[in-house]
Design a binder for this molecule. Sequence first.
Ligand SMILES: *[C@@H]1O[C@H](CO)[C@@H](O)[C@H](O)[C@H]1NC(C)=O
Ligand SMILES: *[C@@H]1O[C@H](CO)[C@@H](O)[C@H](O)[C@H]1NC(C)=O
Ligand SMILES: *[C@@H]1O[C@H](CO)[C@@H](O)[C@H](O)[C@H]1NC(C)=O
Ligand SMILES: *[C@@H]1O[C@H](CO)[C@@H](O)[C@H](O)[C@H]1NC(C)=O
Ligand SMILES: *[C@@H]1O[C@H](CO)[C@@H](O)[C@H](O)[C@H]1NC(C)=O
Length: 450
Amino acid sequence: MSQKKFFLVLLVVSSISLLLHHGGHFSWTIKAFLGCPSLRPHPSSGLKPKHTSIAFLKTHKTASTTVQNILFRFAERHNVTVALPVQACDHQFCYPRPFSARFVHPHTVPARIVTSHMRFNGSELRRVLPADALYVTILREPAAMFESLFSYYNQYCLSFKRVPNGSLETFLDAPWRYYRPEEKDSMFAHNTLTFDLGGEKDHTPTDEAYVRGLVRDVERDFSLVMIAEHFDESLVLLRHLLSWDLEDILYVKLNMRGPGSRRSLAAGLPARIRAWNLLDAQLYDHFNASLWRRLAELGAACVGREVRLLRQARDRLVRGCFGGRLPQLRLAAQISNKELRPWQPSAGVDIVGYDLPPNATRPGAVPQEVCLKLIMPEVQYSRRLLRIQSLRYRRNYPMRPPPPLRPALARHRLPVGSFRNFLGHTLTQRPAGSQNRAGRLARFSRRQLS
Ligand SMILES: *[C@@H]1O[C@H](CO)[C@@H](O)[C@H](O)[C@H]1NC(C)=O
Ligand SMILES: *[C@@H]1O[C@H](CO)[C@@H](O)[C@H](O)[C@H]1NC(C)=O
Ligand SMILES: *[C@@H]1O[C@H](CO)[C@@H](O)[C@H](O)[C@H]1NC(C)=O
Ligand SMILES: *[C@@H]1O[C@H](CO)[C@@H](O)[C@H](O)[C@H]1NC(C)=O
Ligand SMILES: *[C@@H]1O[C@H](CO)[C@@H](O)[C@H](O)[C@H]1NC(C)=O
């Protein structure tokens, strides 16, 4: 090779590696295009603009808080208004009542994104959002989901609370002995996904016409049904649907239980849980199959590459926030910044979160503000957005007297370490766990995050 050629090759190689290794938008775009035919921009049209109008139906115990955090951060970065609940509804749209446009805070309209908990009512939601809004939701495998619901709502949902010794097996032996369909919070004990989607949780599950109708309605209303067990693959489909960048879907898992509050299901239990939640099980099987059909259409190589890029970028971001390391999961009482303490449903369940190290000054450090939002729990982030959007509303409409809005802070000023929960109760947080619990958490956190 002549010297000239050699330098030319060297120049090309180093330019490419510079592009590929310097993080940022450019590098992943190029990498993602390699072998992803549907992603290659049309030469004349360039990249499609990002889609900014999204309704995310936030289902319960399905990793939906993590998706909500992705949407909250996207909305803030792109100045997109998020419809938030009026204060009387607390941080969800008066769940479990069916969604109504009246539940939306007047300072948060016209909105382009909706992502707080609700029971779905498509025609009401369409009154709030632009016509081009895309509807997305997430489902989780019913056995794992029910185990999670049973532990999370063991004190709220009376159907669970009256079970002797809080035993899931005992409940499943004779569900109708403990379950009361008309009781408050009964939706957490029977076909919760069906209920959240607006369906009838107690409908005869073997009524094939009903199940077909339910599936058809969900397919008509929702452009994408994500699956919690295949979270990163679901995010890849979400990114394609919305023409977003990879940076827009980076996340840290939120609202998780600590190791002491989880249990693995004995053999035979998953089948019994599915039988009890048969409507949900049929929905799940249908939409897991459609997810994998869509992933196959995109191509396994393309999806695999994008999932790898997503995990690499997420790892970089997280290390940039936590001083070069992966974060430790912490019990709420161990988190010094109260803006970062997750809400605790009841004694006996630990919802773990994260704390940020003091301002990192090392090179590659991510700005504290960015990190804070990445790990901010739902309640605090909802309040933050309402504050920001109310300010914007008053700036844009200075002549309009603000509607009588009780100041959020006064209403929520509670003793340190206590939270107002979604259902309107005030809970006091339990003191920090024993050394033993903390040690278990550290091991668990390494498993979860590595
Ligand atoms: C969002 O709004 C702020 C303040 O009005 C402005 O400085 C910023 O450029 C806007 N960002 C986008 C992405 O529109
Ligand atoms: C959903 O909203 C429509 C009006 O937009 C209403 O007629 C209907 O009764 C609502 N459904 C439920 C279950 O509340
Ligand atoms: C509840 O637990 C206690 C002690 O572990 C046991 O003696 C009792 O039989 C259990 N009750 C039921 C209904 O399983
Ligand atoms: C979802 O479907 C895929 C493809 O059929 C299958 O491999 C996977 O195990 C299913 N996931 C769950 C959690 O059942
Ligand atoms: C971190 O930096 C922010 C702004 O740059 C500042 O407001 C905050 O007090 C700093 N925190 C610490 C612990 O130094």
